[in-house]
Design a protein around this ligand. Structure first.
Ligand SMILES: [Zn+2]
Length: 299
């Protein structure tokens, strides 16, 4: 299984910041040290071209992130302090998702050890999301005729508002979000399918709801490519989540998604999205599970 990763994914932010920036290097180390991904399967992305970013973002916003021209209000909304390293990391991670999608088209499954920054909107970032990597990747791959129909399976505990908004009028992109109904974002632009779960939803209810939703989607939509945002914030121990999945239950969620997609012979791109477990180590272990599951399934 090939994955995108760059040491540049780790931007400089204060250690006291709530965002676990070190999870990216931690996951790379965990996967390679445990033989889940070999060093030769790690593909380092370059920075995405601004011309590609503006397929999903306004030219003003795409350039303002790069040049550091965001105002204080915009930075506060983004939730991450601006630095050149943050701007670089954001462009690296978007290209990492484009590359992972292309590798998935070639090999059936691939991943980016970052990405899934689904709250980012065309003209602003929010909720720790700078650029919307999935939206840019879909736009770029569609424009270059690599794919026509795309499915986004967003299992981060927060609704995928940016992706839903960007593709609101595109019948060839099916956006599915399963999330905590009471979680951020409080204004949720409709996805093609939204499932808002009540607080404290546990493993078995979550799994059955997910299985039924995927069956329903595949009954009506056959994509050329699938993105899986495997955010680990549905965990009961998450700082921001309101659901109550166990670590084992989260692993089963990953298995359900990966098995459902790949048994239909559809290319699948794995992305991290959010996760705020009590420690970086626990965050890494939870994010690693989808890669372990894919490895167990022969990828
Ligand atoms: Zn989240």
């Amino acid at each position: 299984m090939r994955v995108s990763y760059s040491p540049g994914y780790v931007a400089d932010i204060p250690d006291s910041h709530v965002f676990p920036m070190k999870k990216f290097s931690g996951l790379h180390a965990y996967l390679t040290q445990n033989g889940i991904v070999s060093e030769s399967e790690v593909v380092e992305p370059s920075m995405v071209d601004i011309s590609n970013l503006i397929t999903a973002h306004t030219s003003r916003y795409a350039n303002a992130v790069w040049t550091g021209a965001l105002d204080r209000k915009e930075i506060r909304r983004m939730g991450l302090p601006w630095s050149k390293s943050l701007a670089i990391r954001s462009r690296l991670a978007v290209q990492g998702t484009i590359n992972a999608a292309l590798m998935a088209l070639q090999e059936g499954l691939a991943g980016n050890l970052a990405g899934g920054t689904h709250h980012s909107m065309p003209d602003h970032g929010e909720g720790f999301c700078v650029y919307n990597d999935v939206a840019v990747a879909i736009k770029v791959l569609k424009q270059s005729m690599w794919v026509n129909k795309v499915l986004v399976i967003d299992c981060d505990v927060h609704q995928g508002n940016g992706t839903a908004y960007i593709f609101r009028n595109d019948p060839d992109v099916f956006t599915f979000s399963i999330h905590g109904e009471k979680n951020y974002p409080f204004k949720k632009p409709p996805s093609d399918l939204d499932i808002g779960l009540p607080d404290k939803t546990g493993d078995s209810e979550y799994h059955q709801t997910l299985i039924d939703a995927l069956d329903h989607i595949f009954d009506q939509f056959t994509p050329d490519l699938v993105f899986y945002l495997g955010g680990i914030d549905p965990l009961e121990t998450d700082h921001f989540g309101r659901l109550a999945l166990t670590l084992k239950g989260l692993r089963e969620r990953d298995r359900i998604v990966i098995e459902t997609v790949t048994r239909r012979d559809l290319p699948l791109t794995l992305l991290l999205s959010g996760g705020y477990a009590p420690s970086v180590e626990e965050t890494v272990i939870a994010h690693a599970q989808m890669y372990e599951v894919a490895k167990e399934m022969g990828f």
